[in-house]
Design a protein around this ligand. Structure first.
Ligand SMILES: [Zn+2]
Length: 230
């Protein structure tokens, strides 16, 4: 399996690794900082030995890095496109903050999300926000960001984490399959705890303010938010 270096340190920009398996189209490494597509976050872009990585996904054997040309040898030096990844980290952490505000203020859960470079989407249920609600969420978000709260990323056992979370957040954690005993927790101090395997900033001050640029009624009580970073 591939060791996922980005889970412990989201700020790694380069790494060295050994090849576990390869063919002309992809390579599986013993360790990586490339985020594989999943959980609403797109995969990283970058290079391995200066060869472009076109797509990254998880498989049973480890993380598959699809490459433009075959790689020679069994050692690689990898570099990710940091400006792309860092924007996604800021976006993904912003999504957690918005989801926490909507859950705490309106009891609506996040049932889907798609993080993007220019804008991101979140689906809430059950939620039919008024303009007043939207203004409140944006203002609350911007006020929260201005507090520069720390964002901690760590592993915890299911029992440990369940014992320390509010009733409202139990559902989020109970959706993690029972087979997963060590849960990756993303904790925003004094605001939120959420199970998530994504990449996140260390401090909310890095995100800046947001604009909610679209609100769509998806029917049956589901609402889709689209937001951008200012
Ligand atoms: Zn997440």
């Amino acid at each position: 399996m591939t060791e996922l270096l980005y889970l412990k340190d989201c700020y790694l920009k380069e790494f060295d690794a050994s090849v576990i398996e390869k063919n002309d189209s992809h390579v599986i490494l013993d360790r990586t900082i490339f985020y594989p597509q999943g959980g609403g976050q797109p995969c990283d872009k970058g290079t391995l030995n200066s060869i472009e990585v076109t797509y990254v996904k998880k498989s049973d054997l480890g993380v598959m890095h699809f490459i433009k040309y075959p790689i020679n040898g069994n050692k690689v030096h990898g570099i990710i496109d940091w400006s792309y990844r860092y924007k996604l980290m800021r976006m993904h952490t912003a999504q957690h903050v918005i989801s926490a505000i909507v859950l705490d203020s309106y009891d609506a859960e996040t049932v889907g999300n798609q993080i993007g470079f220019d804008f991101s989407r979140i689906d809430f249920f059950p939620f039919k926000p008024s303009q007043e609600n939207l203004d409140f969420i944006r203002d609350e978000f911007n006020k929260t960001i201005d507090k520069s709260l720390n964002v901690k990323k760590y592993f915890s056992t299911r029992q440990e984490v369940i014992a320390t979370i509010s009733e409202k957040r139990r559902n989020l954690f109970s959706r993690v399959p029972e087979t997963v005993q060590e849960i990756r927790v993303v904790e925003i101090e004094n605001l939120d705890k959420c199970p998530c395997g994504g990449t996140h900033v260390d401090n909310l001050g890095e995100i800046g303010h947001i604009n909610i640029i679209g609100v769509e009624n998806k029917g049956l009580g589901k609402t889709r938010f689209t937001f951008e970073l200012l």
